[in-house]
Design a protein around this ligand. Structure first.
Ligand code: C2E
Ligand code: MG
Ligand code: MG
Ligand code: MG
Length: 285
């Protein structure tokens, strides 16, 4: 459909564009209510030590069960929440629930697990964000060193020097910082050392080419030695095959997560997983 909008200009809105725009407006309205109505929940993907396949912690991943549209992927709603300024509410909620849940598991099973929570870089620019993070983690009763915040590589690049200060303050309290989706953000490698980072997570797009592409293997090898030289440990994201796992072991990568080990699990499934093992030393998949 073409609509004449004066002076000979036409705006073209296909039916598909119309329905996309409508869907978008609807989602914006719905996100505002979804947290209060508890339509969001967290799934937890195990993170493993690659050498011995022991679980060391979990990454908390948000899930939205929409009353009409069913399951909506975070890749869709996180971007919208960022654009309409609601990501603070969502990330704060995720941090709080993940910390409370980890505390429950630590006490119930007497294990020293850690939890990774994704955090949008736009939120780091909010005044009082350091105090807020410390307060939320502290209130849960967790030791702050069992909490890891994941910020994407492009997120780190967005944070100017003020942002780097915020990150340093967070880290000085014991909370760990991870650079997420590394390799996708086009950061110059020479700038990596200015950020206070404990862990580098290699993006899934590189892991999928491991073994089959010698170029990709060389890149992954380079990323791992770079991280180690900068005193960071490494998590490989999206491990799907045993071949990829073996290659990562050869390359000296410490940690991994991916469907080969386990998909993200509901909190009930994690409780089940943990209760199947008597002690962390046997907690393997
Ligand atoms: P991410 O932080 O890089 O999380 C990893 C994503 O890869 C997750 O997608 C996970 O389910 C998926 N994944 C893990 N292993 C495999 C594998 O072996 N193969 C494949 N194909 N995929 C795998 P998910 O849960 O859809 O989350 C997508 C992104 O949404 C996350 O990427 C993260 O950036 C963002 N996100 C999720 N929850 C939150 C949140 O609470 N706050 C913020 N700010 N972002 C979040
Ligand atoms: Mg992540
Ligand atoms: Mg990632
Ligand atoms: Mg990602």
């Amino acid at each position: 459909q073409a609509k004449q909008s004066g002076k000979g200009c036409y705006t073209v809105l296909t039916p598909q564009m119309q329905s996309q725009a409508l869907e978008r407006i609807e989602l914006e309205t719905d996100i505002r209510q979804a947290i209060e109505q508890e339509q969001f929940c967290l799934y937890y993907q195990p993170i493993f030590s690659i050498q011995d396949k022991k679980v060391v912690g979990f990454e908390a991943l948000s899930r939205w069960l929409h009353p009409q549209h069913g399951f909506i992927s975070p890749t869709k709603f996180i971007t919208i929440a960022e654009e309409i300024g609601l990501i603070q509410i969502l990330d704060t909620w995720a941090l709080q629930s993940a910390c409370q849940q980890l505390k429950i598991w630590q006490e119930q099973f007497n294990v020293a697990l850690t939890v990774n929570v994704n955090f949008s870089a736009t939120e780091l620019q909010q005044p009082g964000v350091v105090e807020k993070i410390i307060q939320i983690c502290g209130q849960s009763g967790l030791s702050l060193s069992s909490v890891k915040l994941e910020i994407t590589e492009s997120g780190f690049l967005q944070t100017a020097s003020a942002g780097t200060n915020v990150l340093k303050q967070i880290r000085s309290q014991g909370i760990k910082l991870c650079i997420d989706d590394f390799g996708t953000g086009y950061s110059s490698l020479s700038r990596l050392h200015i950020f206070p980072i404990d862990t580098l997570k290699i993006d899934r797009s590189f892991i999928s080419g491991l073994g089959s592409s010698s170029d990709t293997t060389a890149i992954v090898q380079t990323i791992i030695s770079l991280a180690h030289n900068l005193d960071m440990d490494v998590v490989a994201e999206g491990i799907e095959t045993n071949e990829q796992l073996e290659k990562l072991k050869d390359l000296g990568c410490e940690f991994g997560q991916g469907f080969f080990f386990s998909k993200p699990l509901s909190s009930q499934q994690v409780t089940q997983l943990l209760s199947n093992y008597l002690s962390l030393s046997t907690l393997k998949i």
